[in-house]
Design a protein around this ligand. Sequence first.
Ligand code: HEC
Ligand code: HEC
Length: 218
Amino acid sequence: MGTSLIRNIFNVLLVLVPVLVLAPVQASAFYDPVEAGARKAVACAPCHRLNGVSQYPGIPNLAGQKRDVLRVQIRDFLNKKTPHPRLGAASRSEDVMEHTVEGLSERAVFEVASYFSSLPCALPKKYSADPVPDVISRCVRCHGVEGRNTYKNVPNLSGQRKRYLENQLRALRESGLVPNDPLVVRRRNHPMMGPEALFLSDGEINALAGYFSTRKCR
Ligand code: HEC
Ligand code: HEC
């Protein structure tokens, strides 16, 4: 009887020990940044919607955008307090977004970026037959002919909201025009993209935004 009790206890341990030892490993194996991001994305849904396809002209679609692009943009919003961004440095600020992402940890940023990036991109509401603007030859080497490219830090532009694209190109151009105004430069600046926007006219910005917003993203 004594030995069978010991054997029973031994048998129970035989089952329990691996469970106890493996449990934490299993839990971390099930960690899915996309799933974790989906829960956090509820805070973003009023503007970007849970499916990442915005219904408002000045608010960008996030669905299907590259993870690193989203991550870096959120990081730039978080870094708004950098006192005097040099013209050569990337910066971005916008009141609404800064307020929303305030206090997000690096991990949380990675998770929401992973989530929105995993969603199917937005198909444009209309496909325009507008002529391709001449100046586009300057953009395609980075952004791709249809506004899709394989560089992980260069955003896809296809199917993006037109008004949003215009706003960004204007903000980027403005930083080049008044490089000594920290408030302007802080709005949006980028060492690669800034010089590209600097020479665009209003007409070209309008044509380019129209073109890219009506490209199919998939
Ligand atoms: C109250 C509205 C609002 C909420 C809520 C909001 N956003 Fe935004 N978001 C905006 C606006 C407006 C912009 C465009 C800012 C600009 O013009 O630079 C933007 C821009 C962005 C961009 C830049 C996209 C790009 O292509 O560069 C990212 C990334 C982003 N938001 C992520 C998020 C995430 C993640 C959340 C939730 C944690 C969130 N946003 C919540 C309004 C919102
Ligand atoms: C040398 C590469 C390069 C070229 C050429 C280039 N871009 Fe960009 N573009 C970038 C990078 C990198 C970014 C991301 C900037 C950032 O991180 O803020 C960007 C960002 C943008 C954005 C903001 C997108 C968003 O989701 O917020 C727009 C709009 C844009 N580019 C349009 C253009 C247009 C139009 C042209 C042609 C006149 C052009 N770009 C030429 C590299 C380039």
